[in-house]
Design a protein around this ligand. Sequence first.
Ligand code: PMP
Length: 433
Amino acid sequence: MPTNHHSDSTGSAAFLRETLEARRKAGLARRLRDLKGAPGPRVTLDGLEVLLLCSNNYLGIAGDEAVKQAARRALETFGCGATGSRLISGNLEPYEQLERELAEFKGTEAALVFTSGYQTNVGTVSALVGKADAIFSDALNHASLIDGARLSGAEINIYSHCDAADLERLLASRVTARRKLILTESVFSMDGDLAPLQDVAFLARKYGAILMVDEAHATGIFGPTGAGLIEALGLREQVDVQMGTFSKALGSLGGYVAGSRDLIDYLMQHARSFIFTTGLPPAVVAASTAALRIVRQEPERRQALWRNLRQLRSGLEKLGFEMAPERSQILPLRLGESRITMAACRLLLKNGVFAQGIRPPTVPPGTARLRLAPMATHTAADIEQALAAFEKLGAALLSRRLKSARPRHAAAESGAAAELLGIRGGWESRRDG
Ligand code: PMP
């Protein structure tokens, strides 16, 4: 019988529109912003020249001349695309070079490069465990780790964020699982806090679990050579699977796993997101290799980043914003409710600063925030400019008296804040569900 595949107002089109409308009403709709210019500390966003304060290009490497030069050379030599899966027709020399240097950097026998960090986590987790196994995952892990866990079919046990005691409780209750896999980020992407890696590593050994650590936001930032928090804490021997990306401090694209030769050989055979996808363009791979050398050879970039972070943090504290203790390069400024957060983002934009608002489902309901991340390439004057914009935000949030940016306090004490930010009505009633 013929069927009508075209949607009409009662079919899928209505479902799409209704869902989008509900998102918009909840203040959760996302949109793409028009970005122009090189990836530097200043960019043009929706036609405005703004200071970029929310980039993962922490060290300013994405626009670096040496990196661009390396990419250009590879482009001339190898062309645009890898033209196939690395296992079939695409394993070019730049991959081998990058994997050699990466393994040396991470202090492991071998490394394997994937096409993105997302694919690395999805493919690695689902290759390492299956139905008879148990995963132990931090409550705030990145979506790519969660998706890999779901795809694996293993039983998923979620422990409270950064809570080693809760992890142990769960490990002790699942001793009969065939294989156990612990998943955690080292620097959490939206909170900037650090996993208790020593305790987690101890528990992994005690309960015979495989330990996989996502160093997406730690690579290039932590450790004497910038290899990550695992290096900084001297835990290389205890972490079985060191995962990371080239897409943050290294300013490029791609993900990787570093570990034993057996682990890498196993993933090459079993990680479907490695096998069934085209390899990265060689120019991107060459850019990552050049970026890796910069991280190793220019520790002054890390020093500049920490300098800028301290200036920004102490300036925000002086303005009355309540900040979490110094932990990493990511400074979350929690505003709680999505509409307030997006209004704050707009106010900052009007004052020349781009600090993206982060809302559910990226972060838990009620914890929307501005995720601030200065760069090594900002100047002291740039940070001062940013602080002048935050002073205006502080005044708008709390018209009478500067104080915490935390939502409950602000909501209780400043009805005027919502109006100043251009929002009508109270904000408690609009809290994220
Ligand atoms: N892990 C973490 C912790 C991340 O923050 C991200 C990116 N947001 C990824 C993995 C995925 O990396 P990519 O962007 O390279 O796919």
